[in-house]
Design a binder for this molecule. Structure first.
Ligand SMILES: NC(=O)c1ccc[n+]([C@@H]2O[C@H](COP(=O)([O-])OP(=O)(O)OC[C@H]3O[C@@H](n4cnc5c(N)ncnc54)[C@H](O)[C@@H]3O)[C@@H](O)[C@H]2O)c1
Length: 318
């Protein structure tokens, strides 16, 4: 097995690390790979770094042929996920939707069966409508995403399921919660940067800020493990998998977790300006039963465990 991991950032790096631990030499393909930050997560001598772009499908074909790739994980993304898509919808649609279609078409053309793509739990939260008790004869029957980012994720889930239904692809979409974890490079999404900054401040004895809305988180190592399990699962069942800690964390929960991970920390609750995109609070907990049943996924990190692990990593870099 040789896996092409497209997008070598916060999550892709962890996927690469796990694949190496499983004895593989993964191919990490990125438009602008960051070898320094990657080397802090995985042994670059045991991976292949490739330059490529999902908007230039021949670069994918080249990597697949050159390295004998047999399966694909796709995590390529713009740096500021929801916020970036709200600022420049057309760019997000091009990258998230057309880029992912290029991945599906490349997989088809190259005879690659399994394709695991990154979706998001925003689809469990940032939707409106669904009036009419799902009577499909009514135009208002279906919930619609309320942000451009969520719209792109809904689109790729629908397209992926149809590539599976009609084109022989084995498709899985991972609905990650807000991800945080070790990563010193650019990107990584707004939530991980907020969490890392809060932890840095707490470790330095400064007042830390936690976001003011309830959120569902997942630690990057768990997100990556679920992704690898989706590469390996015998039966992908519904094909879409919630991938979170299995908990909805209020601002007070987040503050308490930081205080438990860093005794003596002082925390205020505030939405930092970088994350200031107007969105509702998350209201409910995503159901992990499909991920448990079909992937055997069980989150290993709650907020406190994740913050402790991340604190250890940050201290190790000093
Ligand atoms: N980070 C989160 O909180 C979060 C939450 C839910 C879902 N997701 C999804 O998970 C996926 C990965 O997120 P992440 O946090 O690891 O992102 P990241 O920004 O850390 O990494 C994405 C990588 O994709 C690369 N990339 C961008 N455009 C590319 C292109 N055209 N071709 C090839 N590579 C390209 C970037 O250079 C970057 O290294 C994304 O699809 C994101 O929407 C992330």
């Amino acid at each position: 097995m040789t896996t092409l991991v497209i997008g070598a950032g916060l999550i892709g790096a962890q996927v690469g690390r796990i694949l190496i631990e499983r004895g593989e030499t993964p191919v990490l393909l990125d438009r602008a790979a960051q070898p320094g930050p990657l080397a802090e997560i995985l042994d670059l001598d045991r991976a292949i770094l490739a330059t490529g772009d999902i908007l230039r499908p021949l670069t994918l074909v080249d990597a697949i042929r050159r390295h004998g790739v047999t399966r694909i994980v796709h995590t390529a993304a713009n740096p500021m996920l929801t916020l970036g898509a709200q600022t420049d919808p057309a760019a997000a649609i091009e990258l998230n939707v057309m880029g992912t279609v290029n991945v599906f078409e490349t997989a088809r053309a190259c005879g690659i069966k399994r394709v695991v793509v990154s979706s998001s739990n925003v689809l469990n939260h940032f939707v409106a409508g669904g009036d009419g008790s799902n009577d499909p004869m009514r135009e208002t029957a279906w919930p619609r995403p309320t942000t451009f980012y969520a719209s792109t994720k809904q689109t790729i889930e629908s397209l992926g399921l149809n590539y599976a239904r009609w084109c022989g692809i084995e498709f899985a979409a991972m609905r990650y919660g807000a991800v945080f974890g070790p990563w010193s490079g650019a990107g990584g999404g707004g939530p991980s940067n907020i969490m890392r900054e809060a932890l840095r401040k707490a470790l330095a004895g400064d007042e830390a800020a936690m976001p003011s809305g309830a959120m569902e988180w997942v630690y990057s190592k768990d997100a990556a493990m679920a992704t690898v399990l989706a590469l390996e699962a015998a039966d992908l069942g519904p094909g879409v998998f919630n991938t979170t800690m299995g908990a909805l964390s209020s601002p007070e929960d987040m503050a308490a977790a930081l205080k438990e991970a860093v005794p003596g920390a002082t925390v205020r609750i505030e939405t930092p300006s970088a994350a200031a995109v107007s969105m509702p609070d998350m209201q409910a907990v995503s159901d992990l039963s499909a991920a448990r049943t079909y992937l055997g996924f069980e989150p290993q990190y709650g907020l406190v465990e994740g913050l402790r692990d991340l604190a250890g990593w940050l201290k190790g870099r000093e």
